[in-house]
Design a binder for this molecule. Structure first.
Ligand code: SAH
Length: 220
């Protein structure tokens, strides 16, 4: 994928837009300034890739707004070396932002076509710190748990119990919570084995988090 000065300039502009919208974590802004968002989108969107907009990525799914990606990432308080579980790989852009910040990312996608599409894109961009998995994010990755941080990038109809168990004590999980059009962003910090502290933040709009894989869906 060709990388031009023009894309670099557009990313600088995007970083400034995100700053005016309230993103202040320098690590997040730096990562957004580096990740080539156009490489995660269909060529049709190459001219608009650095606008603060969501775009279709196929299979009825979307790449989140850069603001949403920055907002969730900022809440995760990423430190170099954090092991992060992402639920909803989608385009791979959010995973790339996390990896750019030095996180080791484990990302799950329930739609095989998206998994097959995104994995080679991340590989071609040389993101070695991202491992992609095809499966149901409601189950997490018990064999690789516990994680320092967990990010859900689809609207969760409930707070998944299995996932909470896979968070380290002291760890943070960010969840867009709720069914229907709008979700509330929750930040949950694990304080002890059975102790969780919850903060309710702003309203967002995500595609739904669904049970099972698309190819083997589980009816509610
Ligand atoms: N983080 C993505 C956002 C993609 S949209 C990005 O940066 O582009 C949310 C994604 O979550 C969709 O691809 C959808 O298929 C996926 N998803 C929904 N429910 C899921 C589940 N139970 N397990 C894994 N992925 C899921």
């Amino acid at each position: 994928m060709e990388e031009s000065h023009r894309h670099y300039g557009l990313r600088r502009k995007l970083v400034n837009v995100l700053k005016t919208k309230g993103i202040s974590d320098p690590g997040v802004l730096e990562a957004i300034g580096k990740v080539p968002r156009h490489a995660f989108l269909d060529k049709a969107f190459i001219e608009t890739a650095y606008e603060d907009r969501a775009f279709p990525i196929g299979e009825g799914q979307t790449i989140s707004h850069p603001y949403t990606v920055a907002y969730q990432t900022q809440l995760l308080e990423i430190r170099k070396g954090d092991r992060v579980l992402e639920i909803g790989t989608g385009s791979g852009y959010q995973a790339a932002v996390l990896a750019e910040m030095g996180a080791q990312v484990y990302s799950i996608e329930r739609i095989k076509k998206l998994y097959d599409h995104t994995k080679p894109i991340l590989k071609s961009l040389n993101y070695k710190k991202i491992m992609c998995f095809y499966g149901d994010g409601f189950l997490g990755l018990p064999d690789l748990a516990p994680f320092d941080k967990i990010i859900i990038t689809a609207a969760a109809p409930e707070i998944p119990e299995d996932i909470l168990r896979q968070l380290k004590i002291g760890g943070i999980i960010i969840i867009p919570y709720g069914e229907g059009e709008k979700q509330l962003m929750l930040k949950i910090t694990r304080k002890g084995d059975f102790q969780f502290e919850q903060e309710t933040l702003d309203t967002f709009s995500f595609v739904p988090m669904l049970k099972g894989t698309k190819e083997k869906a589980i009816k509610k």
